[in-house]
Write a protein that binds this ligand. Structure first.
Ligand code: NAD
Length: 493
């Protein structure tokens, strides 16, 4: 699928609690805009503490009575595999729904976001009957065990940049481990996950085990993480919100948290990197995919001085090939910025950076997409320092800064960010050098001669420093949704 008519896409709104839609809040509502053209196309209620209580109590009751945590794990896996199949089969509905309200071009939503969401659910379904507890090595008078048990009700809070995929990384391991989930999507992209919840029920997930609540962060998100029946919180979003959530979790029950937060990831290119054209494409792609609205966007290019000009020229050429357009238009390779305030923020950071001495090699202004919507031109800034705003702040837009180095030590020094440590790229033909960089970089993920994940869900993702706590994906995310009970049995006669 490479296009659709936005006027033909209907959305269902409201919360999804106990297996059905609920929309009886009398309080304020949030009008939701399409990023591609700014048109307000639907609204969502803002769940207050009372609605959150209703959702969480419902989830708790379902968790206690539905048998989800107690059925044979293999049966739970079978239900979740069916859920994954239904998601994959629903691509013609889900992909336009995702593209309509987010920054995901329809071709990507169809070929990647929806299949990847389904595959993530399937991946965790496979864990359900593979990971249990452990038997400890004890003397023969005792039997020592650890039993893996679900927490109960898990709160999941998701961002707007990949609404379905980010939500699936939260809900799939939580459900597979036998928990109930209350998911709060971003108020900017609230609709596609509702379809996910419908499909879960259709697949046989008991009503009340997977719920969706709508609303903003301050009222809804905060009430959710503070609810006394929430036993664990898993969050993806900004570092500032992550810190607030961690504080709320500490204040209301020392709840365990998984935090996937912001980044300012370096791309380190040595002069010996093979195939400079490929490297240029990789670097350009890592900052323009989803218009740079990616947590692991490779936003800081660090390049060995001798090839800096040549690489910059190639990146600039690739930037020029990108086509700004609505998510429903064929051929769009530069999608919109999620909102006007976010586009204005990008503009302001670039302006401040230029005012402090940075030089615009290209971009630095809004892109013309022949229509409304907030689009920003891929931008390359040179003559920056570690203090330049564009080098320091997570921009969440297609803005790349370029710094040069002469030695490995210098590259490592520039790569180190005072706050973030989410991901990094190293591009070199020298294996020893690559490994020295891998060891030297403080980041949760380092990609060598590539940038971005493959579809190997076993490789976890997560940040060092203020980029996060714990992991999504991999075995780690499954285990983070379990608590481990130690049992010691005296077997002496
Ligand atoms: P955000 O922090 O503004 O919002 C994320 C979610 O948190 C939303 O659902 C929001 O409503 C909710 N929220 C806001 N305040 C809250 C509060 N006080 N209590 C509870 N919930 C609250 O982030 P965003 O703008 O939606 O997403 C962009 C950010 O997400 C970027 O910083 C990006 O790097 C990060 N991100 C990280 C990863 C990762 O894997 N590390 C992945 C995607 C996005």
């Amino acid at each position: 699928m490479d296009r659709f008519d936005p006027a033909t896409i209907g959305v269902r709104s409201g919360h999804f609690i106990g297996g059905s839609y609920v929309d009886d809040d009398l309080g304020p509502r949030i009008e939701v805009a399409r990023p591609s053209d700014g048109v307000l196309y639907a609204s969502v209620p803002v769940a207050d503490a009372a609605t959150i209580d209703r959702a969480v109590q419902n989830a708790w009751a379902a968790w206690r009575t539905s048998g989800w945590a107690r059925i044979a794990p293999r049966e739970r896996a079978r239900v979740l595999r069916r859920f994954a199949d239904l998601v994959a089969a629903d691509v013609e509905t889900l992909a336009p729904l995702e593209a309509l309200g987010s920054t995901r071009p329809i071709r990507d939503a169809f070929n990647w976001d929806v299949p990847f969401t389904a595959e993530g659910i399937r991946f965790y379904a496979e864990f359900a009957d593979k990971v249990g507890g452990d038997v400890a090595a004890t003397d023969h008078d005792h039997l020592g065990m650890t039993i893996a048990e679900p927490y109960g009700v898990v709160a999941a809070i998701a961002p707007w940049n990949f609404p379905l995929v980010m939500a699936s990384w939260k809900i799939a391991p939580a459900l597979a481990a036998g928990n109930a989930v209350v998911l709060k999507p971003s108020e900017m992209t609230p609709f596609s996950v509702l379809r996910l919840a419908e499909l879960a029920v259709e697949a046989g997930v008991p009503p009340g085990i997977f719920n969706v609540v709508q609303g903003d962060g301050r009222t809804t998100g905060d009430a959710l993480v503070r609810h006394p029946r929430i036993a664990k919180v898993t969050f993806t979003g900004s570092t500032r919100t992550g810190a607030a959530i961690m504080a709320a979790c500490a204040e209301t029950g020392t709840k365990p948290v998984t935090l996937e937060l912001g980044g300012k990831s370096p791309q380190i290119v040595f002069a010996d990197a093979p195939r400079i054209d490929d490297v240029a494409r990789r670097i350009a792609g890592a900052i323009t995919t989803n218009a740079g609205q990616v947590c692991v966007a490779g936003s800081r290019l660090l390049v060995e001085r001798s090839i800096a000009d040549e690489l910059a020229a190639r990146i600039q050429r690739i930037f020029g090939e990108l086509k700004a357009g609505a998510t429903w238009t064929p051929g769009t390779t530069l999608p919109p910025i999620i909102s006007e305030p976010q586009a204005a923020r990008i503009e302001a950071i670039v302006e401040r950076s230029v005012a402090s001495g940075a030089v615009l090699r290209c971009g630095g202004h809004r892109a013309d997409a022949s229509g409304p919507g907030a689009f920003y031109t891929p931008t390359l800034l040179t003559h920056v320092t570690p203090q330049t705003d564009a080098v320091r702040d997570e921009i969440f837009g297609p803005v790349l800064t370029l710094q040069t180095f002469d030695t490995e030590d210098e590259a490592l020094e520039l790569a180190a960010h005072p706050d973030y440590g989410l991901a990094a790229g190293v591009h070199t033909a020298d294996l020893g050098r690559a490994l020295r960089m891998v060891r030297g970089i403080e980041a949760g993920t380092v990609w060598v001669n590539r940038y971005g994940r493959t579809s190997d869900f076993m490789i976890p993702t997560g940040g060092y420093k203020r980029s996060g706590l714990g992991k999504d994906l991999g075995r780690q995310a499954y285990e983070a949704n379990l608590r481990f009970k130690s049992v010691l049995i005296d077997v002496r006669v």
